[in-house]
Design a protein around this ligand. Structure first.
Ligand code: NAG
Length: 333
């Protein structure tokens, strides 16, 4: 016969077991609150990708225009879509590359705001832990690079996803050395990350959901689609009614719309060296814009509207798009 003590024991075991299991399943993404600074609650954000080349390949020119536009729009923060330092990330936290390609390039007043950065495959070719290290924040307070995280800005939530570990070829082709510390075993890392992103999107009550990763989902440029993300990440973004997926990786500016017009795929990978002319044919109903030169992107977000603009190296707007949403989850173009 079971005594009261046995039952108590079982209950305690159940509670402990549930806590442990829950913790494993919900290894939550780090969450950062960054509310809008403008009184009307709107947000303005700059997005740049594939940039760190000591100012060369027009990186400085793009940076200068980002500064001007950043000032005009009074931007809240800056998003960087990965490949922060070419060709092989940072050597360590003391690497002068950090100053030469970041601090000494993005010098405008308006760019001295918080930067939220993800890692690209070139960053994984160097010392990843150096880019993630809090020491860099001490060296330049606007720097914040994490693997996967959430920035909550009230009306909009940004979900940053570490996409490099998804791509199988990096693990098998042996062309480069990658710093996989903290990533192996890969299958576990990727499946936990997908669960975390899925759950975070599920729990989000923000009017707008924007997902950011380095790698393309869809792209007509040199790298093309990333099949692993098409297979594994895209179904989650569609199911959770994500509004925008923003990436770098292909060195161009690009806007692809999904067939039903809901999810938009935006490439902002024009921070320095661009890939001239390297374009594949694409369904013209989906391809809203393609530019194989340098530049950057802006986002303007209000409760009912998101506006996207692409700028070239001269600071000229070369593509604009916007969408409105009046009831949560209902899209009206
Ligand atoms: C810099 O930008 C200009 C204008 O788009 C372009 O003509 C030139 O080729 C670019 N330079 C490099 C090194 O990419």
């Amino acid at each position: 016969m079971k005594t009261m003590k046995d039952y108590k024991c079982t209950i305690i075991h159940l509670v402990v077991y549930t806590l442990v299991v829950f913790e494993k399943v919900a290894a939550e993404l780090q969450r950062i609150d960054h509310g809008p600074s403008k009184p009307d609650g709107s947000l303005d954000i700059l997005v740049v990708g594939d940039w760190g080349r000591r100012g060369m390949y027009n990186q400085s020119k793009v940076a200068f225009q980002m500064g001007k536009v950043g000032e005009e729009l009074d931007v809240d923060f800056i998003i960087a879509t990965g490949d922060n330092f070419y060709d092989h990330g940072l050597i360590d936290e003391e690497d002068p590359m950090f100053f030469e390609s970041f601090t000494e390039v993005y010098t405008s007043n308006s760019l001295q705001k918080q930067w939220y950065l993800v890692l690209g495959n070139h960053d994984y070719e160097g010392n990843v832990l150096a880019q993630l290290s809090p020491v860099l924040k001490e060296r330049d307070s606007k720097w914040l690079c994490l693997r996967s995280f959430i920035v909550n800005s009230g009306i909009v939530e940004f979900f940053f996803v570490d996409t490099t570990p998804f791509q199988e070829k990096y693990f098998i082709e042996g062309k480069h050395n990658y710093d996989w510390r903290g990533v192996l075993p890969r299958e576990e890392y990727v499946s936990n990350l997908l669960k975390d992103v899925d759950m975070a999107l599920e729990e989000s009550s923000a009017q707008w959901k924007i997902v950011i990763g380095h790698h393309t989902i869809f792209s007509a440029s040199q790298h093309g689609n990333t099949q692993e993300l098409v297979d594994q990440l895209l179904p989650i973004l569609e199911a959770k009614e994500v509004d925008l997926y923003i990436n770098g990786h292909d060195h161009c500016l690009q806007h692809i719309s999904s067939q039903d017009g809901r999810l938009q795929f935006l490439t902002s990978g024009g921070g320095s060296k661009a890939w001239k002319g390297d374009t594949n044919p694409w369904n013209p109903n989906e391809m809203k814009f393609y530019y194989d030169g340098q530049g950057f992107m802006t986002l303007h977000v209000t409760k009912n509207k998101i506006g996207v603009a692409f700028y070239d190296v001269f600071g000229v707007i070369i593509h604009k798009w916007s969408t409105t949403k009046y009831t949560h989850g209902v899209l009206e173009q």
